[in-house]
Design a protein around this ligand. Structure first.
Ligand code: CA
Length: 514
């Protein structure tokens, strides 16, 4: 009952904030929500960042990509310049997205595979979809999930994993682990982009042999049209779409659409890898053509969903978000690791929100755990945000630039690695290898030794004056800056009960308070 009252008040609050009148003869209709998040899609890979109205607001050059639909969408939306994936790796981000918690509490500190029983989305907490479901929404999940520990539960081959290699990465999520999603068309993780597969609501497997983002867009459009009577048209809907591209491998036309590849195939690599910190001589450089082709294909798939919303008259009352799980270094920073680092190519993700919001840009440093409470707030459900949520609800700021909201001073950076293994080779703990803090001015990351827990490496960049992070500053020559960042980092690590706080790691540098 309390929940229902909160939902009602929350819904009315949304309309009050916007100065809108609820429709006559009844309460305001709850908005639909669609959250689209491709994988490994960096914020820089959107063409509009180079266009008037946007380029003056960021200190990086956009990648030379063609994203016509996102360009138009951004002009109708609130666009964040500085949204961060705190633990820029697939499963940990997704765990935070779904639970509103940091990886130390979400159940997902590491990428999920069958060797890591300690990394699996918690069944005992309310996820964003549980809350929407409880508020009367139909909830649908499409595409890549990658938050479950794979178990031998293949619905077509009882007693077996859904893939034969071990460790198994892909997973089937049974009904009892779907957290309020009553429509399902999903898989764990699988990288044959033109040969994807999905398990539907009833566990039936589908192998559509179509480039996965376009296939998923088609399924979403079908859901919106309610083909097959898959949703209750009287209910609002909450849809999440986890597209896998622009994910690796980026090496052939098996990975992207040829029409998109043709836009990039004849361009010299140094005209594609234009960031000053990129090295077009790296072995991976050829991948840039496929990466950007995948970006353009995702743009088209996203556009198909937008077109269907308009055609069905649903665009007015639907909040649409475009984001990603983390970025991709793509030959920047001389690393082959596309993610899991504090570099802006890895951490800075798209975050664009359309629907009942005045179009504008904002430099809010949104963190992964903030997404769940903010989505709920935008839908008028701020009263239903579970107490377990560690992130903050920034919905008031989306609705009113001048809202009385305390902005974050930055975003935490988190890198976890495998910890101890048991006799069977299963990972039983995780090693919190690095913590850092990214403010609007600086990026700091501190790395520790596994055994001594002493500092072994640091990264410190003056992002304002060195936006491509080419000059790693020595900590000792920048003591005031480091002290300031460590003070902010210590506060957040304590607030979220992180292992670094619990073990007082580097307490000679990081003030943890009591
Ligand atoms: Ca990922």
């Amino acid at each position: 009952m309390k929940n229902r009252l909160n939902i009602l008040l929350g819904g009315l609050g949304l309309f009050a904030l916007q100065g809108c009148k609820a429709p006559q003869g009844g309460q305001a209709r709850q908005p639909n929500v669609i959250y689209v998040f491709p994988d490994q899609y960096r914020n820089q890979a959107m063409e509009f960042w180079g266009q008037e109205g946007f380029r003056e607001r960021v200190n990086f050059r956009n990648d030379p990509v063609h994203t016509p639909r996102l360009n138009d969408f951004a002009r109708e939306s609130m666009v964040l310049t500085s949204a961060m994936s705190n633990c820029p790796l697939s499963s940990p981000h997704r765990g935070s997205l779904l639970t509103g918690m940091y990886p130390n509490k979400s159940g997902v500190p590491l990428n999920c595979n069958s060797n890591r029983p300690i990394s699996s989305l918690r069944a005992d907490v309310d996820c964003v979809s549980d809350v929407f479901s409880g508020a009367g929404y139909d909830c649908a999940y499409f595409g890549k999930l990658h938050t479950d520990f794979p178990t031998p539960n293949d619905p077509q081959r009882p007693g077996k994993y859904v893939e034969d290699r071990i460790p198994a990465w892909d997973a089937y999520t049974p009904k009892e682990r779907r957290h309020g999603f009553n429509y399902w068309y999903s898989y764990g993780t699988f990288d044959e982009h033109k040969n994807p597969h999905y398990w539907d609501t009833d566990g039936k497997r589908h192998d559509p042999h179509e480039w996965s983002p376009l296939h998923e867009a088609g399924k979403v459009v079908s859901y919106l049209r309610n083909e097959g009577n898959v949703r209750d048209p009287k209910k609002p809907f909450f849809i999440m779409v986890g597209m896998n591209p622009p994910h690796s491998p980026y090496r052939s036309l098996d990975d992207c659409m040829e029409q998109d590849f043709n836009l990039y195939k004849d361009r010299p690599l140094d005209s594609l890898l234009i960031r000053p910190n990129a090295d077009p001589e790296m072995a991976k450089a050829e991948s840039a053509r496929y990466y950007f082709a995948s970006v353009t294909g995702v743009d088209r798939a996203f556009g198909q969903i937008l077109d269907a919303l308009e055609e069905l008259g649903l665009d007015e009352n639907t909040i649409v978000v475009f984001s990603s799980d983390h970025g991709e270094t793509m030959c920047s920073q001389h690393t082959d690791d596309p993610k899991n680092s504090p570099f802006s190519e890895s951490m800075n993700v798209p975050f664009i929100v359309r629907g009942k919001i005045k179009p504008r840009l904002d430099d809010l440093m949104l963190s992964s755990p903030d997404i769940m409470p903010t989505l709920l707030g935008l839908a008028g459900l701020s009263g239903s945000i579970p107490a377990t949520v560690q992130g903050h609800n920034y919905a008031p700021l989306f609705l009113d630039e001048k809202a009385d909201v305390v902005r974050p001073t930055g975003a935490l950076y988190i890198q976890n690695l495998d910890g101890e293994k048991d006799a069977d080779g299963k990972i039983r703990s995780y090693f919190p290898a690095s913590r850092g803090f990214k403010s609007s001015h600086y990026t700091l990351a501190l790395y520790i030794d596994r055994d001594s827990r002493k500092l072994v490496k640091s990264l410190l960049f003056d992002d304002r004056n060195d936006p491509y992070q080419m000059n790693n500053l020595p900590l000792e020559e920048n003591k005031d800056v480091v002290d300031g960042l460590c003070a902010e980092m210590g506060k957040v690590l304590k607030e979220i009960d992180d292992p670094w706080y619990r073990e007082r790691i580097l307490s000679d540098m990081i003030p943890y308070g009591e």
